[in-house]
Ligand binder design. Structure first.
Ligand SMILES: [Zn+2]
Length: 282
């Protein structure tokens, strides 16, 4: 961004118990646009507090993908604000509605009252490559299909494409969530964004730090290739990994990414990827 930016990005990050998740407030001349909305009641309230402190009206919430750490908090974020559009593509909307009950069954016992009682889903659908304007700042959506989730998309923002909000297609220096078992499609999505994000300023990730798009995409590709290769070697064609093999997987992944941040994701997704690799053509 130059000395006269047409928007400012505020990144809000949750604690480790809620997976170091990022949500963003994009401040334009007269308003705010949220990208994602956190998972728990407290994290969403914290995001709302940041919006209230900035003091400009929230104009809409853009959703990057249908995982609850990114959309659960929409209702809490918008509490009392009236009719504010929640925006995603049809496939992301469908994914959210499809997985929502199962996620609640899985996670309410862990988070209790912190799990929002009612989740709010998109009420404005956009098509792939559609551009929305907020205070004259373009926000363009691009849908990638299955990858990190069952349907990913990213938002490119600014007249000179200063920023891109990529959801969890790229993690910023933390371990990756592999549970949805689309690692091969995910690699294809990285090829697409590498081609399309040439010249884009800063890539903002759903977890971890922002950075230069090409560096972060290259790291993500290395991570996925190493994860797939290691799971393939350890699973030997089976659709799951032994407890011992999962320990080896942790060691192997820490060789390509030497951090404990979101380390739990390494083993959480192992069986999903073993299962994916056990199927023909993966
Ligand atoms: Zn996430």
């Amino acid at each position: 961004m130059g000395s006269d930016p047409d928007f400012i990005v505020h990144q809000i990050t949750s604690g480790p118990n809620t997976f170091l998740t990022n949500a963003f407030l994009i401040e334009t001349s007269g308003s705010l646009v949220a990208v994602d909305a956190m998972m728990t009641v407290s994290d969403a309230r914290n995001l709302r507090r940041r919006a209230d402190i900035i003091g400009k009206p929230l104009r809409s919430v853009l959703i990057t993908h249908g995982h609850p750490d990114h959309y659960n908090g929409v209702g809490e974020l918008l509490m009392g604000l009236g009719n504010i559009p929640v925006i995603a593509t049809e496939s992301v909307d469908r994914t959210m509605r499809r997985i929502d009950d199962a996620k609640e069954i899985q996670w309410r016992p862990v988070f209790g009252e912190e799990w929002p009682k009612e989740r709010v889903f998109p009420d404005r659908l956009v098509s792939d490559r559609e551009t929305l304007l907020f205070d004259g700042v373009p926000f363009t959506v691009r849908e990638l299909g299955p990858g990190e989730s069952h349907c990913d998309l990213f938002w490119t923002v600014g007249t000179s494409r200063q920023a891109v909000f990529v959801g969890d297609v790229v993690f910023g220096g933390v371990h990756s969530f592999m549970n949805d078992g689309h690692s091969l499609d995910w690699l294809s999505s990285l090829d697409v964004i590498e081609k399309e994000l040439q010249g884009v300023g800063t890539l903002y990730t759903g977890h971890g730090n922002p950075g230069p798009p090409m560096d972060l995409v290259a790291s993500q590709r290395r991570y996925l290739l190493h994860y797939r290769k290691t799971v393939r070697n350890l699973s030997k064609g089976k659709s799951s990994l032994s407890a011992e093999a999962k320990k080896d997987l942790i060691r192997a992944m820490k060789e390509v990414l030497a951090t404990d941040a979101l380390e739990g994701f390494i083993t959480a997704g192992a069986d999903a990827v073993a299962s994916e690799l056990s199927r023909k053509g993966n």
